[in-house]
Each structure stands twice: as structure tokens, then as C-alpha cells.
Design a protein around this ligand. Structure first.
Ligand SMILES: Nc1ncnc2c1ncn2[C@@H]1O[C@H](COP(=O)(O)OP(=O)(O)OP(=O)(O)O)[C@@H](O)[C@H]1O
Length: 191
């Protein structure tokens, strides 16, 4: 079998003190994995531990560093100024601008900080999905999206190149049911 893109073993992670774990997860190319569980059970913290934003207290996180990694973080409560257009943001993330669905193409000339919450969300998710990174971490990608936005996201996930892997935190059960090959309930996984 292929070497995993991400191999989390007996992880205990958190901030000043551990808030999650022990937790283990292996992710292989081609997989879309859903992380579910109640508010505060540590889903975002696991993603942040993988990117180095949360502290690892015990266990190991191994990943294929050549594969690259991209994280779409949960939307911050406050919005700073982002003096970039949608197109510039996509290019910064490695997207060449081709093949954008109409909804996204209409945002490429607009400043990111003047977009609606849903427009900004779909742009942020797109930037990560098509950044070229093969390990993609999505934290509540369905936030602020309407039905059309959720359909667009589902379609994009369903047609991602097979050499990518996605770990997705989501409370959108319908989205999880539709796109995930495997769902890990964080509460059960730590029992
Ligand atoms: N920066 C931080 N410093 C200290 N504690 C934090 C920090 N971020 C989160 N926590 C705490 O860590 C625990 C897990 O939070 P986390 O955001 O990982 O949960 P979650 O499962 O993603 O929740 P939600 O479904 O609400 O997004 C919570 O008790 C939270 O209060």
C-alpha cells in the first residue's frame, strides 16, 4: 500500500495544556476524510497540530513533506483589510486562474475584503483546493455557503485529482455524507 500522506499516532495536542487525544489517523492519497464531533471536542486543534499552530504534547505526526500542505482555517470572527483581488489571492496560492466556475470568475477582480461572507468563503476554499498541495485540510468549508455554493464545493471535492487527500472538519452532515469516503467521530476515536 502507498505510504500515507499523513500519519497521526497517539497524538495529544492543545495549547497551554492538551485539549485533545490520544488520537490516531492515517490519510492516504485519494481519500476524503470527515472529522466530526461536538463543539470543542478538538477537531480544529488536530488540524492546527498538523500545521504547527497547536502544540504537540505526545505522539507523532508524520507527513509526506514533498506533497505540500494547505489549510483553510475557520473564518475569523473579525475581518482585517486584505488589499488583494480574488484573482491575486488565487494566484498567490498557486492557482493559474483557468477553469474557474462562473461564481468564482466573477470575484477575480473584486477586493477580497469587500466580498460577502459566502463569497469570501468559496474563494478561500478554492484557493486551498487548487493550491497544488496534495494534503488539504478544510475547517468548516461549508460555512456561509448557500445551496449553490455547497453544490460547487461537493463537485470540486468529488473531482479532485486522485493524488490529493482531504481532511475535512464539518458540521454540514449532508456535505460529509456526500463527499467523504470515511468519517471519524472525534469523540468515539478518543474513547
Ligand atoms: N488558541 C487556543 N488556546 C487555548 N484553548 C483553545 C484555543 N483554541 C481552542 N481552544 C480550546 O480547545 C478545545 C478544542 O477546541 P477546537 O477548536 O479544537 O474544537 P472543535 O472540535 O474544532 O470545535 P468546533 O466544532 O466548535 O469548531 C476547546 O475547549 C477550546 O476552547
Amino acid at each position: 500500500m502507498d505510504t500515507p500522506l499523513l500519519d497521526i499516532r497517539n497524538l495529544r495536542a492543545g495549547y497551554r495544556t492538551p485539549v485533545v487525544g490520544p488520537f490516531s489517523l492515517q490519510v492516504r492519497a485519494g481519500e476524503i476524510i470527515g472529522l466530526t464531533g461536538p463543539n470543542g471536542c478538538g477537531k480544529s486543534t488536530v488540524l492546527k497540530a498538523v500545521t504547527g499552530e497547536a502544540r504537540v504534547f505526545e505522539g507523532q505526526i508524520e507527513r509526506d513533506t514533498a506533497a505540500g500542505i494547505a489549510l483553510q482555517a475557520q473564518s475569523p470572527a473579525t475581518r482585517g483589510e486584505i488589499p488583494l483581488t480574488g484573482g491575486e489571492l488565487l494566484r498567490l496560492m498557486g492557482h493559474d486562474g483557468t477553469g474557474l466556475p462562473a461564481r468564482l470568475a466573477g470575484l477575480t477582480h473584486r477586493r477580497v475584503d469587500r466580498l460577502s461572507g459566502g463569497q469570501r468563503q468559496i474563494l478561500a476554499v478554492w484557493a486551498v483546493l487548487y493550491s497544488g498541495a496534495r494534503l488539504i485540510l478544510l475547517d468548516e468549508p461549508g460555512n456561509n455557503l448557500d445551496r449553490e455554493g455547497l453544490d460547487l464545493l461537493s463537485e470540486a471535492l468529488a473531482t479532485l485529482p486522485a493524488n490529493r487527500a482531504v481532511v475535512m472538519v464539518s458540521h454540514e452532515q449532508a456535505l460529509v455524507d456526500r463527499v467523504c469516503h470515511r468519517v471519524v467521530d472525534m469523540e468515539a476515536a478518543q474513547a
